[in-house]
Design a protein around this ligand. Sequence first.
Ligand code: ADP
Ligand code: F6P
Length: 324
Amino acid sequence: MAKEIKTIAVLTSGGDAPGMNAAIRAVVRTAIYRGVKVKGVKKGYNGLLNEDIIDMEPRNVSDIIQRGGTVLGTARCLEFKKKEYQEKAAEICRKHGIDGIVVIGGDGSYRGAQALSRQGINAIGIPGTIDLDIACTEYTIGFDTAVNTAMEAIDKVKDTSSSHERCSIIEVMGRHAGYIALWCGVANGAEDILLPENYDYNEQEIINHIIESRKKGKIHHLIINAEGIGHSTSMAKRIEAATGIETRATILGYMQRGGSPTARDRYYASIMGSYAVDILLEGKTNRVVGYRYGEFTDFGIEEALQMQKDIDRYQYDVARILTI
Ligand code: ADP
Ligand code: F6P
């Protein structure tokens, strides 16, 4: 028989993402609506180990749905990979009467949730990362806001780049994943898109493309470069030297991770927060919430971590076709 859940906790872990607050709000209010107590754990697994735990009431999450970041704070906690700290965390949960926990974060954070689950604390993950790099779900909290923030910034750089007939390299976030770069590449009409998943470091090809585009009458050349490839400033210098065309690099950086979440991020985060509580109350554990084929669903963490996701070749090719 599934254990009765009387008190749950919620924490955010890993990189923050716009929309995490909407998820926290949904977890708190759904749990209270269902007659369950809720605690907020500050600063990820660090806060759990330090017993930085507060009671959450519906009014604690008033007026946060529109705010970027996470009101609970977040952190990376390397100690949590060790079994002794996972056991300690489970002990702390029991001490505070926490029967179940909702972890909002990326796949690293799910491994922490999996560890807690193994230690007897029911745990459910919610995908929170601007990178969109979680294979079991078509949506991750924060991606929509981040990609819109980046798109608006790139539009502005493109204006000045066109006026000066320059080439622009714009570096967007994504250390291992190129989804922000791909989406901006299409949405901003970039001539070249460099993704960590498939870039072959053939700079001569980019140089040839710039020269060809100029001959065809293009007055600017926009290159979206993902953070995982990096080196945008030195790349700009080499391209300028090889083409004779003024080239500038702009690194958008952390602005992409902040700001007020879009309607889509608020909506999906709210539904996922409620969904996580509801499956926790059904007695489920060691699972992660996802959105697939038009439906909210959930997967075992083990299975979710084994799934693979790659850049869609057709979508990548379309980006290039549309800039002829
Ligand atoms: P994300 O959740 O965004 O992928 P990280 O990979 O940095 O971010 O993971 C966030 C946190 O999750 C880590 O700092 C650590 O506390 C916890 N974590 C990551 N990997 C593991 C693991 N193998 N076992 C237990 N906890 C982990
Ligand atoms: O949140 C995702 C992300 O922006 C990745 O693209 C990047 O690899 C990472 O976070 C960098 O985060 P930090 O500098 O906070 O470790």
